[in-house]
Design a protein around this ligand. Sequence first.
Ligand SMILES: Nc1nc2c(ncn2[C@@H]2O[C@H](COP(=O)(O)OP(=O)(O)OP(=O)(O)O)[C@@H](O)[C@H]2O)c(=O)[nH]1
Ligand SMILES: [Mg+2]
Ligand SMILES: [Zn+2]
Length: 295
Amino acid sequence: MREGKIIKSISGFYDVLDSESDELVRTRARGNFRKRGIKPIVGDMVSYEASGDLGYIMELLPRTNSLVRPPIANIDQAIVVTSAIEPKFSSNLLDKILVNIEHNDIKPVIYLTKGDLISEDEYQNLIKALSGYHEADYEIFEDKDSYNDAQVKRLEALFTDKVTVFTGQSGAGKSTLLNHINPELSIATAPISQTLNRGKHTTRQVSLFEIAGGLVADTPGFSSLELIEIDKEELPNLFPEFVKFSADCQFRGCQHVNEPGCKVKEMVESGTIMRSRYDNYLYFLNEINSYKKRY
Ligand SMILES: Nc1nc2c(ncn2[C@@H]2O[C@H](COP(=O)(O)OP(=O)(O)OP(=O)(O)O)[C@@H](O)[C@H]2O)c(=O)[nH]1
Ligand SMILES: [Mg+2]
Ligand SMILES: [Zn+2]
């Protein structure tokens, strides 16, 4: 039995990148996956058999995480493409995206785009607004000229040996960024996935591209997000800079709202934790509570 990673899924065929030989093998899933209610997806580690032209996937190895839209498994990091304008920067949406990524145990990286479309003053304000994310230990790519060679190269270096997805608001520049990394990519992908999807409500075709010794996927953008899967006990753990200080809160399981002796609130007051992050936290907590009432 051999092992590998599914890097492409097309009409019931799965292209598996062999872990040892780096060979690309076209496979089909063994018949009883469907009966067991399992569907292999891109990013899955599989054990498979191959003798002739076509291999057979026998087992899926356990996933560390997976996304539904698009279906990808075992993601290491997400490049959160965030535009300064068109669509306008929103710390609320950015934090919501980050919370969803943290919930899936994926490492977020922030990449600012469209700095060229705003004034120097506006840009400096934005950099200030982003500076607090360093406290959460997030890596940030924030040059005014988003796609300058040095910065694009620095991003590319993060891909090695990892599975990376590009995510973010529709129109933020995900595909443009990928295009700058490798001009051949998006030309080949966008039209294909569209034609394959026509009239279907099921999963999209996704592929992972090999870039800089890693695997990278573009994802479709969105205009809004919900926090449906997250409960209020989990939420504070999805803000890494809160987690850093919460051990010093007076109460274990402190929600950092009205509890006395809350270290997180103290850090907000002293400016170590960004006020906007904390305000967005309270906002999301409210939102989660309101889902409870609705359902
Ligand atoms: N001026 C400027 N335009 C940009 C920049 N980044 C992206 N754009 C433009 O913004 C538009 C949207 O970019 P896309 O790359 O398609 O955005 P996307 O995030 O892939 O959008 P979806 O696929 O809908 O999620 C395109 O017209 C790009 O040329 C930038 O840094 N500066
Ligand atoms: Mg796109
Ligand atoms: Zn607290």
